[in-house]
Structures are given as C-alpha cells and as structure tokens.
Design a binder for this molecule. Structure first.
Ligand code: UDP
Length: 334
C-alpha cells in the first residue's frame, strides 16, 4: 500500500525522468509516468509503474490521469534538450518546451494539483559574467533551448501567484552518469552530450570526439561545464517535492550542480584514464549557442534542501556512464 502521495512524472521513460522514477519509488512514493516515447523507452519504466503513452498537451488524457491516480505533484521532464538543434529549429523548442508545458500547467490548475517540479536549465543564464552562477544572476539565454525553459519559469511564477500551486524550478547544469545499480541510464541514439559521446567513442561506437572550440576564454581554451551525476539530481527532485509539500506557500528556484567545472579536455582525459584507451580527438570550430563556461553556485540548494551529493566525482560519473553504455550493448545484442 502506498502511504506517500503519488507523483506524475512526465518524460519518465527518458534519461533524467527514469532516474527520478527510481528515486521516487525507492523513497516510497507512488509514481505514474506519461511519455510519448518519441525519445524515451518503455523498458526504462519499471514494470510496476503505470506508463501512460501520450502527449503532455493532450489535456483530456492528462486530466483523466491526474484524477484517476489522485496525483499530488507533477515532475515535468518531458521536452527537447539539444542546444544546437534548438538553434536550427527554434519553433520545435517553443512548441515542445514552452507551449506544451503551458497546457500541462493548465491541466494541473484545472484539476487542482498543488505541486509542480520543473526541469529548468543553466542555459537560462546564457553567458554569465560571473565565475559561479547564482540564482539571482541575470537570466539572458543565448539559445532557444534556454529561452524555451525560461518562459516556463515565468509561467510557473505567474501561475503560482494566481492559483493554489507552488513550484520548484531546478536549474540543471550538465547532467551525466547513470544509476549506480545499473537500472537505467542515457539510452538515446544519436546523443550529442559530451560524456555520452565520449564513452560511445571509447567503446568504438564512434570514430572519435570533436572538440567544439579551443579558443574560449578558459584555462585550456575548451568549454567548461559543471557536470552533475544524474542520481544526485534525481535525489534533489524528491527533496524538492518534500519541501513543496512541507510549505505550500513557498516556491523555489534552485541551481543543481556541484559548484566546480571541468573542461572538455579534462572530461576526455577522464574517459581515457578510466577506459585505458585514447579517444581520437578532432579540433573543431565553436558550436552555435555554446557559452565558454557554466559553473553553479550551489549554496541555495544546499541551504534549502537536505541535499547531500553522493557522486560528486568526475571519474565516478564517467565510470557509471561507461557501465551503462556497456550494458546497452548487451541489451541491443540480446
Ligand atoms: N562538446 C564537445 N564535443 C561534443 C559535445 C560537446 O566539445 O561532441 C562540448 C560543448 O561545446 C560544451 C561541452 O562539451 O563545451 C558540454 O556540451 P554538451 O553538449 O554536453 O552540453 P551543453 O553544455 O551544451 O548543455
């Protein structure tokens, strides 16, 4: 019997969403997933978790799901996540990330769901002029992906002021790694994110890795990012939910990172070290929409939630990503 509330996880068949499903389940919450399976996988959802196949903007379906399962909170992961694609196809991002989320929030309000947790992003900050980004650092996205997510933050702020709903927007820095128990991981074909691409290259699934820009204003000239382990991020979502339930009058905007950065070269060195191979590196021009460095100041999340990062180590992140990548081979070869 579930004594804790039930949470609707949108995009629960995807990379981060499937880790959140496990974290919620492990913490004793009821979980229902809605996913259109465009980029997600049904096998990523545990067999005992109901999976509603459909679109978050299908308000009839979503509202029936919210009512049927007496949903207390929505964790909203569904969306499009590739920065360069957003530059080429901005309307896809404003549709999938902003417009559809507007409909999802509308459904939450209509049914009276009191809590909403949103996957926001460090890309809402654009190119910050501070070394470590705080939540009050001005948000000036430099790509449509970041703007599409910032628009949702604004919607949530306004809706929380007008309706009985509180929210937490978690601004993710660079999410990587996989479930330490090997239950889920990043499975998307044609991935573009650095650690995923690098472990694929290390396992011979790609010829090598292109380095997008070596002339940034960073110590080694390559882009610097704050890589956070996906399981620590999932844990933050459960704690954010508990904070929203504990004080329905408060909403939160919180960075999710470890407060330190690694360059592209440092990441590739870590993958080489852990696999004992040498990935072929190609120096390429900068990629559209990429800032030089994005590192969190994570003091707000540490002060607001009882969050204790457990996997804040680049080698650990890489080794979990690698273990998952190997298990994907077995899955596909089976
Ligand atoms: N990057 C790279 N080669 C790749 C993928 C990414 O050099 O194949 C760089 C990218 O320019 C950025 C960093 O790695 O500096 C992280 O990029 P990613 O796409 O993983 O995440 P983003 O920060 O764009 O969300």
């Amino acid at each position: 019997m579930t004594t804790k509330p039930t949470v609707l996880v949108t995009g629960g068949a995807g990379y981060i969403g499937s880790h959140a499903v496990l974290a919620l389940r492990d913490a004793g919450y009821g979980v229902v997933v809605i996913d259109n399976l465009v980029t997600g996988f049904d096998w990523a959802v545990p067999a005992d978790v109901p999976l509603v196949r459909g679109d978050i903007a299908d308000q009839t379906l979503v509202e029936a799901t919210l009512r049927d399962h007496a949903i207390t909170a929505i964790m909203h992961f569904a969306g499009s996540v590739v920065v360069p694609e957003s530059v080429e196809n901005p309307l896809k991002y404003y549709h999938n990330n902003s417009a559809k989320t507007r409909d999802l929030i509308d459904s939450a309000v209509r049914v009276g769901v009191p809590h909403f947790i949103f996957s926001s992003t460090a890309a809402t900050y654009g190119t910050p002029d501070v070394e470590k980004v705080r939540e009050d650092t001005p948000q000036r996205p430099i790509n449509p992906y970041g703007m599409s997510k910032l628009m949702t933050e604004y919607m949530l702020r306004d809706v929380a002021a007008a309706h009985p709903l509180n929210f937490c927007a978690l601004r993710y820095f660079n999410v990587a790694g996989a479930d330490p128990q090997g239950r889920t991981g990043q499975s998307t074909a044609g991935a573009t994110h650095l650690i995923k691409v690098a472990v694929e290259a290390a396992l011979g699934k790609r010829a090598g890795v292109g380095i997008f820009g070596t002339d940034f204003d960073t110590p080694d000239g390559t882009g610097v990012r704050d890589y956070i382990h996906v399981s620590d991020l999932a844990a933050a979502h459960v704690l954010a939910l508990e904070a929203l339930i504990a004080d329905p009058a408060r909403s939160h905007l919180l960075n999710c990172g470890y407060g330190r950065g690694f360059s592209v070269l440092e990441v590739l060195d870590a993958v080489d070290r852990i696999t004992n191979r040498t990935i072929e590196r190609t120096l390429l021009p900068r990629r559209a929409g990429d800032p030089a460095a994005l590192i969190s100041d994570n003091s707000a999340i540490l002060a607001t939630l009882p969050w204790q990062p457990r996997h804040a180590d680049l080698d650990l992140i890489v080794s979990h990503a690698l273990a998952w990548e190997r298990s994907l081979d077995e899955r596909q070869g089976a």
